[in-house]
Design a protein around this ligand. Structure first.
Ligand SMILES: CC(=O)N[C@@H](CCC[C@H](N)C(=O)O)C(=O)O
Length: 369
């Protein structure tokens, strides 16, 4: 399989969560090129479950990859850049899918003892595909005995495995707040309840939550990534919307932050005579590597001389946490060399990591279980 060619083809057709129609068709086409005698397949929404039968199976090993992209306007200068305007694989899911396809090919052509399930999951970036997929009859009938996944990271050299025991990814909650007030003429502010001013003060006030409410030893992040409101420079806006995300390493910190946000919204309502409505959107459970499952993987990497690093916790989120809440398993980062951060318009991972990713994952399924 031409990993680089596959990654580049996937890179050109990024799609948002639960819209991965072209992606699903592309994956199906690649899988149908393989010998079919060991393969069974189920579609689930825009995702896929692909089961490869083993030679003498006693369990089912799951490898999960996410398949969606982000609403980012690409600025990589690639000659294979996104054909879908305003959408981009800026979080490396084109890499994840390629590594899954390469591993699938390896396992089909050189069968292993155990049954293997390749889980192509939609909507990791939002609204979250893991929970509904896990609740589906398709998944329930093929529930793995052990499940694992990787995510690429520009923090580590290309091909290096980075992981740790305990929390790897944070608890997350999306945050959407609508302020509704009274619009009017820019020259008559006294007759209006200006939601742009209300939203601006709200955002500034939010900065005190992590700085002044959260115990400094309990890490948290509160980021506002988008503000919208108003129609024209000389019209006072009757509506403003603030969009962001909350990240914490502890569940109780998440509850504390939400409590404080609600208090601050009430204060803004009183001060600026606007109505504030909060929606927490999608919430992801932390990715937690239990010692009994991550230690053998680290030992395996060491034994095979695969480069690995014991890393720090990250404030990124991953709905793979829901799989690990219910099933034995683990997750790790795969280094893709220095480039701009995940979610950047000029994110350019090192394609040398593709072959190493396939090697690590397929060798683990073959020899590490
Ligand atoms: C690895 C990564 O970047 N994951 C995303 C997960 C999205 C969580 C959710 N939509 C949110 O924004 O809270 C991340 O942004 O960490």
């Amino acid at each position: 399989m031409d990993y680089i060619g596959i990654r580049r083809a996937l890179h050109q057709i990024p799609e948002l969560g639960f819209e991965e129609v072209d992606t699903q068709a592309f994956l199906l086409e690649q899988i149908q090129r393989l010998p079919q005698d060991r393969i069974q397949m189920k579609k689930w929404k825009t995702g896929l479950l692909v089961r490869v039968s083993g030679t003498d199976p006693s369990k089912l090993i799951g490898f999960r990859t996410d398949i969606d992209a982000l609403p980012v306007k690409e600025n990589t200068g690639y000659d294979f850049q996104s054909k879908h305007e305003g959408k981009m694989h800026a979080c490396g899911h084109d890499f994840h899918m390629t590594i899954a396809l390469g591993t699938l090919e390896n396992i089909v052509l050189h069968p292993v003892k155990e049954d293997t399930l390749f889980i192509f999951q939609p909507a990791e970036e939002g609204p979250g595909g893991a929970l509904p997929m896990m609740a589906s009859d398709e998944f329930k009938s093929w529930k793995p005995d052990l499940i694992f996944a990787l995510h690429v990271s520009p923090e580590f050299p290309a091909g290096t495995v980075a992981t740790k025991e305990g929390i790897l990814f944070a608890n997350t909650s999306e945050l959407f707040i609508d302020f509704n007030g009274k619009g009017g003429h820019a020259a008559s502010p006294h007759l209006t309840h200006d939601t742009i001013v209300a939203a601006s003060h709200f955002i500034v006030g939010l900065q005190t939550i992590v700085a002044r409410r959260v115990n400094p030893l309990h890490s948290a992040v509160l980021t506002i990534g988008k503000i919208t409101g108003g129609f024209k420079q000389n019209i006072i806006a009757e509506h403003a919307r603030v969009e962001g995300t909350i990240r914490t390493l502890r569940q109780d910190t998440m509850a504390l932050i939400k409590d404080d946000i609600e208090r601050q919204v009430k204060a803004i309502e009183i001060a600026y005579q606007c109505k504030g409505t909060i929606d927490y959107g999608a919430n992801y459970y932390q990715v937690f590597n239990r010692k009994e499952y991550i230690d053998p993987f680290i030992l395996f990497c060491k034994g095979k001389d695969f480069p690995y690093i014991i890393c720090d916790d990250a404030m990124a989120g991953e709905d793979f946490g829901y799989f690990l809440k219910e099933l034995p398993g683990f997750m790790f980062w795969l280094g893709i060399g220095k480039t701009s951060s995940l979610h950047s318009a000029d994110f350019k991972p090192d394609e040398a990591a593709l072959a190493q990713g396939v090697k690590v994952v397929s060798t683990y399924i073959r020899e590490g279980i």
